[in-house]
Design a protein around this ligand. Sequence first.
Ligand code: ZN
Length: 211
Amino acid sequence: MKPDEPLDLDSLIACPVCDLLHTDAVIPVGSQARCHRCHTVLMTPRSQAMTHIVMLATTSLILMVAAVFFPFLDVTAAGLERHSSVMDTILAFSTGLLMPLSFAVAALIVVLPTLRLVAILYTVTPMAIAYKPWPHAKAAFRLAESLQPWSMAEIFIVGVAVALVKIGGLATLKLGPAFWAFAALVIVTALKDTFMCKLTVWKTLEHRSPR
Ligand SMILES: [Zn+2]
């Protein structure tokens, strides 16, 4: 690139990890583009990627409903048995001093991940079925990206596992269907995030949006 040539910003891609600039190029389907400096994957175009993202995100949403409303845990101690779902747990702390905690739990493990899935579906579904994205699709996808660090279903599962080991000695525990739904949700979400090449989604959005 000559020094006094004006930069065409649309033809540059910054590495999301180290900010090194790369010139945009067409990457063949099935191959990967990596950062020169830190080898972070920049683009991995796949065929049918949009359809796969829609299917995985829909699966995640269904699992989320099961994870929240189905029984999560059966605890038996001294002849007493108690079933509880994630919803019961959130509602149990919804009064008094622990209310902020209950709000935070509900937001981090249920509301934000659900909002993120809905935003991704809103962005990608129209492009997978028809060609053109819906209005405000860019804003929706930006929201989905900004919510990613705040979606903490997997941390919840780790926390539950630690708690179960501690309670295990005091009471008889039986894991309910919601626990497995949560575990599946974590795996499906990880799969979807691996499948979803953000740069490709952004480029498709740019390309297909009306100017
Ligand atoms: Zn890099």
